[in-house]
Design a protein around this ligand. Structure first.
Ligand SMILES: [Zn+2]
Length: 57
């Protein structure tokens, strides 16, 4: 089989492994979760969190 040579291999953006169709575009649920954590870690503000909202607003 040479199917890998005829089309570009889509890789998981998290770990670089070939992705799994079931978890596209990631290779696994673990990497998908890690991507989500990365987004949150970059300071994405979650709406509806009154505990962290500045009272001056
Ligand atoms: Zn991965």
């Amino acid at each position: 089989m040479t199917t890998d040579a005829t089309r570009p291999v889509r890789r998981c953006p998290i770990c670089g492994k070939p992705r799994a169709e079931a978890h596209s575009p990631f290779c696994s649920t673990r990497c998908r979760d890690r991507d989500l954590v990365k987004w949150l870690d970059e300071g994405y503000a979650l709406p509806g969190r009154p505990a962290d909202v500045d009272p001056e607003d």
